[in-house]
Ligand binder design. Structure first.
Ligand SMILES: Cc1cc2nc3c(=O)[nH]c(=O)nc-3n(C[C@H](O)[C@H](O)[C@H](O)COP(=O)(O)O)c2cc1C
Length: 168
């Protein structure tokens, strides 16, 4: 039970990029997999789980994965989102993800912005359901950027150190 798992769901590559950065920042025995490829035959000593915020919430595939995590597993959550950093919508998605994985031991969360294609943005801006975040999402066009990825790497190292702490 020594391996760290980085599991992610990503439709357009933003969350995958953050997941790969987290993975690269970790030392020791580790593996990275899209969530639909993960098999929990082996116990993992620590699991990072990443997803994009979709429709104010956690995508269904990530929701199912979070609910299936073995109880007691130490975990860290990360997400990408189009809205401005710190906006309540992305915070609420992470809070919901924490509720879904409540049987695990949550050590920390990380969020950064992720771009949308101009075509997707144009369509979403026409939908009243998406307007409140989509109006902010134009300025996410360069994210995740170098600064976001440096923060993701620092988050990974901090979480790994925390998971190795004897206090756990
Ligand atoms: C259909 C759709 C719905 C989305 N809903 C939200 C949302 O509710 N809030 C938000 O901040 N971003 C939203 N986004 C933006 C994505 O969360 C963001 O672009 C994310 O980085 C995509 O990650 P991925 O490339 O890993 O799939 C949405 C994007 C799409 C295409």
């Amino acid at each position: 039970m020594s391996k760290t798992l980085v599991a992610y769901f990503s439709r357009t590559g933003n969350t995958k990029k953050v997941a790969e950065t987290i993975f690269a920042a970790l030392d020791g025995d580790k593996t990275i997999q899209p969530i639909d490829a993960v098999v929990f035959g082996d116990a993992f000593r620590f699991v990072f789980i990443g997803f994009p915020v979709y429709s104010h919430s956690v995508p269904f595939a990530a929701e199912t994965f979070l609910k299936s995590l073995p109880p007691g597993t130490p975990i860290a959550l990360f997400c990408t989102h189009g809205a401005l950093s710190g906006h309540s919508l992305s915070k609420e998605a992470l809070e919901y993800a924490a509720v879904l994985s409540a049987r695990c031991r949550l050590l920390g969360v990380f969020a950064c912005r992720g771009k949308l294609s101009p075509q997707a943005l144009e369509v979403l801006l026409r939908s009243p359901e998406h307007q409140d975040w989509a109006e902010m999402a134009g300025s996410a066009a360069t994210h995740p950027d170098e600064h976001d990825l440096a923060e993701a790497a620092a988050f990974a190292r901090h979480m790994k150190a925390k998971s190795s702490s004897p206090a756990l």
